[in-house]
Design a protein. Structure first.
Length: 221
């Protein structure tokens, strides 16, 4: 089998791949920000010591972590329009689904980060007259985010890789862009190889940056 990349030009990349790449980045950033925010709330609910908060959060986290992401994507895309009576579109459906799904994973990361903060600092906050909310916002969460930052970013890299699963509902992401090129130019092998190379370069580069960040955080400690 002879590989032919003569069709590969910047015009082809801009026409077919760039829009998919932009959507993949948007989906990653939105799911990361929303997932960390919701995941932090879930983590605080699980650590609150109140059953009416901890039990629902635990069920939510354990349920989503036990179901393949592609199934959640398809369920949300097919069932939610049936419930509300109108379609919401593949891209919006993917953004909502990824945010809700990733929140379960970010929740466990944040829970570990919160538990890593020494109890003595929490008690010190109470000793100077801080409320639970002030202690959480000013003492616990900043340290938890710093402690878990490399892990949060690693999960975000995995999230970027998982964005390729939106093919199941027809959303136009980075992989879909390469697939479209391969179909139009009748070169599926070459385009899938290029897609794999692009994913590898992006994820490897980000992983390297995360390792450097982890080393700096270790030095600060």
């Amino acid at each position: 089998m002879n590989l032919d990349f003569s069709w590969l030009t910047w015009e082809v990349i801009r026409a077919y791949v760039s829009s998919g790449f932009i959507f993949s980045l948007q989906l990653t950033l939105i799911a990361m920000v929303g997932g960390i925010a919701l995941g932090t709330v879930l983590a605080l609910m699980r650590l609150s010591g109140k059953k009416w908060l901890a039990v629902p959060a635990t069920i939510y986290v354990d349920t989503l972590r036990s179901i393949p992401l592609v199934m959640v994507i398809m369920w949300f895309y097919l069932i939610i329009p049936f419930i509300i009576g109108q379609p919401i579109g593949a891209q919006l459906s993917a953004m909502i689904t990824f945010t809700l799904f990733e929140a379960a994973y970010y929740s466990e990361i944040m829970r570990a980060g919160i538990q890593s903060v020494p109890k003595g600092q929490v008690h010190a906050g109470y000793a100077v007259g801080m409320t639970y909310r002030q202690t959480t916002q000013l003492i616990v969460l900043p340290q938890a985010f710093r402690n878990m930052l490399p892990v949060l970013l690693t999960q975000t890299i995995i999230l970027f890789q998982d964005t390729s699963l939106v093919y199941a509902i027809g959303a136009y992401d980075l992989l879909k862009g390469f697939e479209t090129v391969g179909r139009n130019f009748n070169r599926p092998v070459e385009t899938y190889l290029l897609a794999a190379l692009v994913y590898f370069i992006i994820c490897f580069s980000l992983s390297y940056l995360v390792r450097r960040l982890q080393q700096k955080i270790a030095i600060i400690r």
